[in-house]
Design a protein around this ligand. Structure first.
Ligand code: NAD
Length: 253
């Protein structure tokens, strides 16, 4: 993985959903580039493992248990980050879930579970972090959307709706907070190899068809997403506000 040493030196980055998968890739990358990284996640075991890996490389990292569905957890996560570093320069919202359910078999519980984690959690975190960024007159918000923000997939109604919603949340904040020196953008990964996609990646028939749909001819890895997130979180992206950057090997080309 390429990285730019010191790009985030003296910066504090909050990675919500950073225990594993894409979020872990982002946490590792930004720590390598000099950031102090706070990981908030509901999975304590994976968080501790990721913290250990970053610390072993000499990175600066802390963790805090946070269920993004709980406002109190979110408030505690943000308060601990501010107590630690006195600032939050970058917030990346990566926490997310997806479960295939045929629409006619779906229920309210499944809808609420998906929406609460993928979308409401993003609102709760942004609502807590934004006032500090406004006060400092600087900040980068990067929300994890998806190719599903644009192209729907069957049996994923709440997931598709939540990912369209998080993009429009990112755009709304771009419009509203731009004047305070805050950039708000979204990233739209295609199919990335993580725990979330492990069941479909194992399905050889699905994969043989799917690979043909990706012009670069391979699945994405968390590191493929971490680089573009680092770019949007950096000063190179100071004039980028309100975009959805697809990272999909050309799947939507
Ligand atoms: N993997 C893909 O192909 C892909 C494609 C497009 C978008 N995405 C999005 O990227 C994000 C990360 O996905 P991933 O593939 O790395 O999945 P993952 O399952 O590996 O990681 C998701 C992380 O979110 C955390 N999380 C789940 N519920 C939470 C909660 N209530 N509170 C706090 N944290 C919680 C998990 O513990 C986990 O660490 C998700 O938003 C997902 O929708 C993934």
């Amino acid at each position: 993985m390429n990285f730019i040493p010191d790009r985030f030196r003296n910066q504090c980055v909050l990675v919500v959903g950073g225990a594993q998968g894409i979020g872990k890739g982002i946490a590792v990358r930004l720590a390598r580039e000099g950031a102090s990284v706070m990981i908030g996640d509901v999975d304590q075991g994976m968080m501790v493992q990721t913290q250990g890996e970053i610390t072993a490389e000499g990175g600066s990292v802390r963790t805090v248990l946070c269920d993004v569905r709980r406002k109190r957890d979110v408030q505690r996560m943000v308060a601990q980050t501010l107590r630690w570093q006195k600032r939050i320069d970058v917030m990346t919202y990566v926490a997310g879930v997806a479960e295939l359910v045929p629409f006619t078999k779906s229920d309210e519980k499944h809808w609420d579970w998906t929406m609460d984690i993928n979308l409401k959690g993003a609102y709760l975190v942004a609502r807590e972090v934004a006032p500090h960024m406004v006060k400092c007159h600087r900040g980068k918000l990067v929300f994890m959307a998806s190719t599903n923000s644009w192209d729907a997939e069957a049996e994923l109604a709440p997931y598709n709706a939540s990912k369209a919603g998080i993009f429009l949340l990112a755009k709304t904040l771009a419009r509203e907070l731009g004047k305070y020196g805050i950039n708000s953008n979204a990233i739209g990964p295609g199919l990335i190899r993580t725990r979330l996609t492990a069941p479909i990646v194992k399905d050889k028939t699905f994969m043989s068809k799917y690979k043909n749909l990706i012009p670069v001819g391979r699945l994405g890895e968390p590191e493929d997403v971490a680089g573009p997130v680092a770019f949007l979180a950096s000063s190179d992206a100071d004039y980028i506000n309100g975009v959805l950057l697809f990272v999909d090997g050309g799947q939507l080309a």
